[in-house]
Design a protein around this ligand. Structure first.
Ligand code: SAM
Length: 218
């Protein structure tokens, strides 16, 4: 089927462009052992957000939705020595795993995990970040976007995962709060006067979804 071809090509891409990585493998093992859901970004997506951060020379990065810190390790590795990452996570059990993983990755000095509700934490942060990565509850995305625009410097990036949802954003069911949130987010992103943006439709080991990439205008 198409799905298995997409998965096979994704696996091929990951095997070409993402090296075996004991720290990232332990991050997954640790998260699984602690009972966390396996909803982290794929290796290829991790590489992409790492590259995006490096391409803009990001020194200050904000992540919303840490889970066990898998994507945090990718972003943290893109930082220069004096760089700083803040990542926000609601669930104490996820925070605990993420802190262990960042310690294991040698990133604990650069990466701070803040436990709390994303909107509460974001409201209390000061600009300026070079990059914001949104990957928490999708029904919160429209509100997180407002904060992300406030917090991101001109020329900085706002990246958001899971904004296609197998096409559910085309006509979100009234009972699918995440699809409604993602569709509202895409609409706001497309029409925002301070942003230039696109959504990359993605298929592969994580099914059919999409990643939004936006640049704050100068
Ligand atoms: N970025 C992670 C990665 O790729 O390794 C995956 C994040 S996972 C898709 C979403 C996370 O957002 C979950 O750990 C969940 O507990 C957290 N979350 C959900 N609602 C939240 C909220 N209101 N504030 C902060 N975190 C929240």
């Amino acid at each position: 089927s198409e799905d298995s071809l997409f998965e096979a090509v994704d696996t091929y891409i990951n095997s070409l462009f993402v090296e075996d990585d004991p720290v990232l493998e332990r991050a997954i093992t640790r998260a699984t052992a602690a009972g966390l859901p396996e909803i982290q970004v794929s290796p290829g997506q991790g590489k992409l957000i790492y590259l995006l951060a490096k391409m803009i020379g990001a020194r200050r990065v904000l992540e919303v939705g840490t889970l066990g810190g898998y994507s945090t390790v990718w972003l943290g590795r893109a930082l220069p020595k004096d760089g700083k990452l803040i990542t926000v996570e609601l669930e104490p059990a996820h925070v605990k795993v993420a802190r262990e993983t960042l310690q294991d990755a040698g990133l604990a000095d650069h990466c701070e995990v803040i436990e709390g509700k994303a909107l509460d934490v974001l409201s209390g942060l000061q600009p300026a970040f070079d990059m914001v990565f949104l990957d928490a509850n999708k029904d919160g995305y429209p509100a997180y976007l407002k904060q992300a625009v406030r917090l991101t410097r001109p020329g900085g990036l706002i990246v958001a995962d899971n904004v296609v949802r197998e096409g559910a954003v085309l006509k979100p069911s009234s009972v699918d709060a995440n699809a409604i949130g993602a569709a509202a987010f895409n609409q706001a992103l497309a029409s925002h006067p301070q942003l230039e943006a696109i959504v990359l439709q993605q298929v592969g080991i994580k099914g059919h979804d999409g990643l939004a990439v936006a640049r704050v205008k100068d």
